[in-house]
Ligand binder design. Structure first.
Ligand SMILES: Cc1cc2nc3c(=O)[nH]c(=O)nc-3n(C[C@H](O)[C@H](O)[C@H](O)COP(=O)(O)O)c2cc1C
Length: 224
């Protein structure tokens, strides 16, 4: 005996189509929910690995014995909330790493990770995402050219602030042939990152934090 919904005459009813559509929608959303649940942990793990790779590129391992990924501080700069990762050795912050961004060619955001030591020197800079034109603006990638390495060792006073520019604008950093917009924007963003460090140095270096309160656990600093 056929159930009612398998009988040919049932297909003429409006309710049949409504129920069919509802059933398909229900199954689809259940499948999406299950897929989301199954992949969420994987995605979080991949993001964590990406973050670790980025941090390792801009902060040498000699600068820390803690778990950088877990040792963060969020700084409110008025315009934005910026998450900085602290590299500690022997409990003292030796360096910090955070992202800066700049509009590139076509006004799409370029995201750059920078590592800065406690004296305000750049340990490294790496472009972690961008939409610049292949063969023109993409030389900002470390895999395409060494250009991004020219920031290593620089600080707000090296070069002098007015020389923090591409050569075409009177500064010290190379531009690319036929592509000045991209490197100009990266130079500006890295300089802004150093200025951010200068403005929030004590907080970034954890020099404003009170000591642990007697009877209460010390704050989690990501030490191993
Ligand atoms: C299709 C196309 C894509 C371009 N992509 C870039 C780019 O990614 N980065 C860049 O700096 N310039 C790019 N340029 C060149 C810029 O328009 C500009 O001419 C160049 O950056 C020189 O800038 P300047 O006149 O300020 O020196 C591109 C030009 C064209 C036609």
């Amino acid at each position: 005996m056929n159930p009612w919904f398998l009988k040919p005459e049932s297909r003429q009813r409006l309710g049949y189509h409504v129920a069919l559509l509802g059933g398909v929608a229900l199954l689809t959303s259940a499948a999406i929910g299950v897929a989301d649940h199954l992949t969420r942990a994987d995605i979080a793990q991949r993001r964590l690995e990406d973050l670790q790779v980025t941090l390792q590129q801009v902060v040498p391992a000699t600068h820390y014995d803690n778990d950088l990924v877990r040792d963060t501080v969020t700084v409110d700069d008025g315009d934005q909330l910026l998450v900085a990762y602290r590299a500690r050795r022997g409990g003292q912050v030796q360096a910090v790493c955070y992202q800066v961004s700049a509009p590139g060619y076509g006004n799409t955001a370029m995201v750059i990770a920078i590592g800065i030591d406690r004296a305000g020197n750049l340990l490294g800079a790496r472009v972690i995402s961008h939409n610049e034109t292949p063969g023109l603006g993409d030389k900002i990638e470390s895999s395409k050219s060494d250009w991004i390495l020219s920031f290593t060792g620089r600080s707000l006073n090296d070069p002098q602030p007015d020389q923090w520019a591409v050569k075409k604008d009177g500064g010290v950093f190379d531009q690319f042939t036929g592509a000045t917009i991209t490197p100009r924007a990266v130079v500006k963003a890295v300089k802004a990152g150093l200025e951010f460090f200068a403005a929030h140095r004590a907080l970034l270096l954890d020099e404003t934090a009170p000591g642990p309160i007697a009877g209460q656990p010390a704050p989690d600093r990501g030490n191993n």
